[in-house]
Write a protein that binds this ligand. Sequence first.
Ligand SMILES: [Fe+2]
Length: 410
Amino acid sequence: MVFAVEDTTAQLTWLGSLLPADAGRRGARHHDTAPAASVTAQGRGVAADATITARDLATGDVLGSRPYLDGSGSIELAGLPPASTSTVSLDVDGRPAGCVRLTTTATLGPELSRFATLSDIHLGLDAFGLRGKIVEGDPATPSRSDRAGDSGGPIHLRAASLALDQLNAWGAEHLFIKGDLVDRSTPAAWALAGRLLLRPRPPVTVMTGNHEHNHAGLVSPLTGAVSAGIDVVDLARRVDLPGLSVLCVDTIRAGVHGGRVANTVTSAALDLARAAPGPVMVLTHHPIDRFDLPVSYPPGVPNRQGAALIGRLANECELLLVSSGHTHAHRLRTIAGVSTTEVGSPKDLPGVWAGYSVAEGGVRQVLRRVDSPDINHWLDHTRFALGGIWGRWSVGRLADRSLQVRRGAR
Ligand SMILES: [Fe+2]
């Protein structure tokens, strides 16, 4: 599928093997999180050192390549013409492996800066699903044994580490974590957060989510964060990057799953927006609900409160985009005339981080699915949550994931 598309780049992803097996059904459901050892690359008639190549079908130009991956994966495309439709073919050492059509966006002009976001990592939990029944394979499985000597840690830490490495390689100049970094505010969970942030990375700004403030914690979020060397956002904080200010706004209601916009937060956010040197993007943990009463799960910020905040901020600054986490899903909605996005988590399907490319003409959301054989098998496994609904619901439409907002469009 076309997972993400920008002006000259895109990411294609697939679930299950890119090639049909000589034996077995394509895309078979593997409830085991271990690599699908039953059907090897050789079993599909593919050399161990095979290469996946993406080409423009019309011109034959190579747009991307990567080593063959026997299972779910992705390929990066580059050098696409802006604002045009192309047909892209994939092959594995010349063996056809599918075709997709995609349409790139128009360019926004020279890039001024780029930053990234992560959210909903839930360090310390390492289970998924409504009742937490999806857990990583038994320690005796081959995948775990293979890792016995490594220090990658539990699955949520490994998924977040991979996302951090990938966004760092992408060139993010700042990282914002939009809450639920830890599942409960415990010393052990914050120690994992500290360990995560020891990796090579850009400067980071950390917001808290409802999970840091639930009643299952053992230490206050502030105390826990400080122990990990993290200075969490209180009320609101603005980070000025070339071409865009990022305004982090606290939507927490301690001990409650849903969010709110407190008067103190509104006041702090308005002051910061008013003083912004240029256009602004707002980050929150909770998205803004469709109605004042929550009719979907998980609950966000009541519509009236959220829409009022966006409207007031938009009166004080050039507000381009609002983005949240919390739902672990992907949605694009317009609220009070401003585009708002929900972006998922690196640790459950589809497994993402988001980049933002800031240009003279506006800002572009660059969503990327994480990709590593170790993590992909876990992500594939999580799609069966909620009786399989999760795999279809969380991914959203391409328009929910890939978008750009032009300056002066409102
Ligand atoms: Fe949350």
